[in-house]
Structure formats: C-alpha cells, structure tokens
Design a protein around this ligand. Sequence first.
Ligand SMILES: Nc1nc2c(ncn2[C@@H]2O[C@H](COP(=O)(O)OP(=O)(O)OP(=O)(O)O)[C@@H](O)[C@H]2O)c(=O)[nH]1
Length: 349
Amino acid sequence: MTTKIPTTVITGFLGAGKTTLVRHMLAHAPKGKRIALIINEFGDLGVDKDILAGCGDETCREEDMVELSNGCICCTVADEFIPTMQALLAREEKFDHIVIETSGLALPQPLIRAFNWPEIKAQVTIDGVVTIADAAALAEGRFASDEAAVDAQRRQDEMLDHETPLGELFEDQLSAADMIVINKTDLVDAATLEKVEANIRAELRPGVGVIRAANGHVDVAALLGMGMESEADIANRPSHHELEHGGETHEHDDFDSFSLSLAAIRGKDDLLAIIEDTIRSHDVLRLKGFAAIPGAAARLAIQAVGPRVTAYFDRPWKPGEDKVTALVVIGEQPLDRAAITRSLERAAA
Ligand SMILES: Nc1nc2c(ncn2[C@@H]2O[C@H](COP(=O)(O)OP(=O)(O)OP(=O)(O)O)[C@@H](O)[C@H]2O)c(=O)[nH]1
C-alpha cells in the first residue's frame, strides 16, 4: 500500500492571517521535512508568494511553491488545481507534506471534494482543514448582517439570501474546518475574545478544535499530522452557499478586485494616510502591495485589512528592478474603480 501524502488546507477570510501562519509553519516545521506549497491569491500581484519566498529555507524551496492566480481555487478545480497537483505528484523528488493556502474568498468545499477525484485520491489525503478567524474583524462586526434590513427584505421576498456575502462565506469556511485558529488576539481584549470564541464555537461541528494565536504563532505539531481524511467527511461540511444557490453562482461573484500602479509618490506617511482615507471612503476590504518611496533603497510592503494599514520595508530593490508602487484593491461589488484610483492617485508626486 502506498502512503498518501498529507495535505493541509488553510482557509480564512481576506487578511485573517493565512500567509502569516504559513510563514510561521514553514519556519518551524521539523527539519528535513519537505513541504510543497500551493498558493491561491485573489488579485494578480503575487504578494503572498513574494512574502513567503525563501522563508522556509530547505523545508520549502522556491521551486516547491506553486501559485494559482487565475481566480479562486474553488472555480478552477478541474482546469488548474488538479493539473497542478498531478504535476507536483509526478516530480521525482517526493514531498512529505503539501500545504494549500486558499484565497480569502474561496469556498473550501469544492476544493475538499476534489480530493475524492480518483487521480488525486490515490496519492493524497487531506490531513486537516484549518480555518483562520480574524478576532479583530469579528469583534468589529465586519461579518455581521444588518438584521433589521435583512428581515425587511425577507418579508418582501422569501427567496432572498438571509446572509451578507461575507457572513455566508465565513460560515462555509467554519463548516469546512477541522481546526479553527482565532488569530489577531493581540488586537482585542480578553472579554471580547471570549465573546468572539463563543460565537465561533456555536457554528462548529462537535470535535472541531479551537486555538488562539497572535501573528499565526501556533504549535506546528498541532497543525501538521492531524490525520483527519477530511475528504471522506465532506457530507458533514455543508456549504450554505452551494445549498442556497444550487452551485450556480460563486460567492466571490459578490467581490471585485483590481490592481493599479503609481509612477512616483510624494512620501511614505502621505501615501499611508491617503490609503487609509481611501479605504474608509470606499469600503475597501483588503489592499496590499509594494511602494517605491523617494530616496529609499528598499521597497515598502503595504498591508491593509479593513481600515488598519501597516507597512514595512521588506527588501532592497534589486538592480534593474522597476521601482513602482503597485497595489491590489479588493472589496464587495460594485467597487468604484475609477473613484478609488483617483483617490489613491492623490499620493502621486
Ligand atoms: N496585529 C496583528 N496583525 C496580524 C496578525 N496576523 C496577521 N497580521 C497582519 O494582518 C495582515 C494580513 O495578514 P496576511 O497573513 O497577509 O493575511 P491573509 O489571510 O494571508 O490575507 P489574504 O491572502 O489577502 O486573504 C498583515 O499585515 C499581517 O502582518 C496578528 O495576529 N495580529
């Protein structure tokens, strides 16, 4: 009997901390373990791969990272995910473990189901589905629906969704999970954290573990080696979205993303203030990218989750590299691309 390669699936909403957790996991995985990484990112700048490149050293080399950037993994299972897995499995050097970071807008269920396809099932199994929850976003009610408005709508049309797109997606990510990591515990107080955890626990199947973390710092031994064989249990992980929409539309049809670049900007503080203002005025959910700050030898990595903007110089510009400011913007439909672009262009020199 061949031993199947265990695969960990990481889900969680936009900006919850998936890449941060994967980074921690690669840096702390047992030495000698060889891990392949499949990254699916919403938006086309490849920020996550850039952040992860090199952080696993010999555990996960750059050539062991594969990016799936043509849309969300749940819509491209047949065209992209299955061939990517087959190509990984056909490599001469064998992997001990595979980690898949899904995009923050992905429904996990179609991906889990793909592990029952004969060509995958024979060689790979899901070790566990880990869902990362953003304690700060939950505490701020960013997934909550406006109950009064929804009730009024429902009275008019019984067929209407009773969930916001965000709430529905998050429920699907919770229902798919074998383990929940409540991340960003540093941003909320103890009483709030208790409340957030109680709300999450109320949505879970019995037996699903919950751990708390800041900056994705979790015991890697608890993550790798769960042995759940989640694909065999797909019937117990219903997708609210698939049930309600009959699989005809995908949840992220409700979301939009675009990228833009700015040739030259005035300065760092000015740029960050303009980004924060733009996010607040246009309900941007997630913004990330890199900026070229005048006079700086390193590029500035920018991360914004809701109105919280952070930035750090991540590496020196490479010789000959195009020094531009490039950003990905993600939000609910309709995203007013022209107005957001105009707003961000106020940072231009
Ligand atoms: N304060 C705080 N910030 C965090 C924590 N975890 C992650 N972050 C920050 O949150 C931002 C988003 O983190 P990522 O790891 O990129 O989130 P993600 O889920 O991979 O994002 P997407 O792939 O875009 O969906 C980054 O600026 C992180 O540094 C945490 O526990 N506390």
